[in-house]
Design a protein around this ligand. Structure first.
Ligand code: COA
Length: 400
């Protein structure tokens, strides 16, 4: 399969403008006592302040949110734009389930690259802690093929459990290997002040934790989190007025897989990841070896294992093994999720993809403190919707 790599795309790559990630901001993830709309403002204000721009310079607003209706609030755009003092700018809310943040960023990127805008704000925000676990699980399941999956009892933990079983069956992946992903991500989150969890765990803790959907146990799962993250996306020309340290968006990949697992050829793989990766790498003209770390979508431990395989950082079926061997540790050969990932940093659905980009910004600026990946110059974010129906992926590189 080879999508979006034809002549029009090649031509567009030649004419598009260079795009810069000017700044980011984020609330702490976890349980927050404000609305999604208020959290969005906190993250946005931090991003604007860090960029050193005035609110009136923002020309468009892309919002990523999935569940604001549970707070009895839709149409977040004009509310957030008005609170920022720019009620006239075009504002658009984007929903592609858990990939909404990456997708909103992609739209901002494409519009700046095309020359529509010079300076765009992306805000991802979510609040779900007012829902009990059954209600939250039900709302989340609307992101699957509800009519065939959720209505028959397949929640997201259940669907990922089926993917984990398929992976174990085909490749011999073990529960211990999956547990090693959780241990690493909890360790990384210890050094992230904005993470949902600050709790060191062992493989034994994971294996002994209560079963959620066999073979997935409590510590194999991401939590329900609240939180918001923001990013300012600008043309190179605009960005140069505010900073000498330019973080370029080198590649942007977007693809779709069959939404329901029963429509997939292989339940142990997410085809959209591979497609989006090929697009972004080709556009960035970079090889995998040149990428210093990855922020991947580890909503369940098996998801991280599948991601590193489908992204091509190891052979299919080797993901569990290399995780267990420490290859994906912060000081390993391919650091994965230095932020703590969805597993331990948290997964406030609409915010998640923008939060990954926040981590990239802090790492590439050398501002990640104790979780800093030494010498990181190039990074990748991989954001998945549901069981992989959507993939939004970006590659960033700090200018020399
Ligand atoms: C795993 C899950 C069912 C646990 O929910 P729960 O049973 O209601 O758990 P509770 O909220 O009662 O929390 C009980 C304890 O476990 C902790 N906890 C909850 N979820 C956790 C998780 N995923 N990882 C680690 N600890 C977790 C809580 O902090 C709490 O700890 P405490 O007793 O020290 O305060 C829920 O987090 C879940 O469904 N996660 C997946 C969300 C999802 O599907 N997202 C979409 C992905 S595509």
């Amino acid at each position: 399969m080879n999508i979006l790599l034809g002549e029009p795309f090649r031509k567009w790559c030649k004419t598009m403008r260079k795009v810069v990630l000017l700044s980011t901001g984020s609330t702490k993830y976890g349980r927050i006592d404000v609305t999604a709309r208020e959290a969005a403002l906190t993250a946005a204000k931090e991003a604007v302040e860090k960029a050193g721009i005035e609110n009136r310079e923002i020309q468009a607003l892309y919002i990523s949110n999935v569940f604001s209706m549970t707070e009895r609030q839709g149409h977040l755009g004009p509310l957030i734009a008005t609170s920022l003092g720019v009620p006239w700018i075009p504002a658009l809310t984007i929903e592609t389930a858990c990939a909404s943040g990456g997708t909103a960023f992609r739209e901002a990127y494409a519009n700046v690259a095309a020359g529509f805008y010079d300076c765009v704000l992306v805000v991802g925000t979510e609040k779900v802690s007012h829902l009990d676990v059954v209600t939250a699980t039900t709302y989340f399941s609307y992101g699957s093929d509800y009519q065939f999956e959720a209505v028959n009892g397949a929640s997201f933990p259940g669907l990922y459990a089926a993917m984990a079983r398929a992976h174990m069956h085909q490749y011999g992946t073990t529960e211990e290997q999956m547990a090693s992903v959780a241990v690493k991500n909890h360790e990384n989150a210890l050094h992230n002040p904005k993470a949902h969890f600050h709790k060191k765990i062992t493989v034994e803790d994971v294996l002994k934790s209560r079963v959620i959907a066999s073979p997935l146990k409590l510590y194999d799962c991401c939590p329900f989190s609240d939180g918001a993250s923001a990013a300012i996306v600008a043309s190179e020309e605009f960005a140069k007025k505010y900073t000498d340290t330019l973080i370029y968006v080198m590649g942007s990949g977007r693809a779709t897989s069959p939404a329901a697992l029963f429509d997939r050829e292989n339940m142990a793989s997410i085809p959209a990841t591979n497609l989006a990766m090929n697009q972004a790498l080709k556009q960035a003209k970079l090889s995998r070896k040149e990428i210093d770390f990855l922020e991947v979508h580890d909503c369940f431990t098996i998801a991280e294992i599948m991601a590193i395989e489908d992204l091509g950082f190891c052979e299919k079926g080797e993901g569990g093994k290399i995780s267990d061997e420490g290859v994906t540790a912060r000081d390993g050969e391919i650091p994965v999720n230095p932020s703590g990932g969805l597993k331990a940093k948290g997964h406030p659905v609409g915010a998640t993809g923008v939060g990954q980009i926040n981590e990239v910004y802090e790492q590439l600026m050398g501002e990640a403190g104790k979780r800093q990946v030494e010498g990181a110059m190039t990074a990748l974010t991989h954001n998945i919707g549901a069981t992989g129906g959507t993939c939004s992926l970006h590659i960033f590189r700090r200018g020399d």
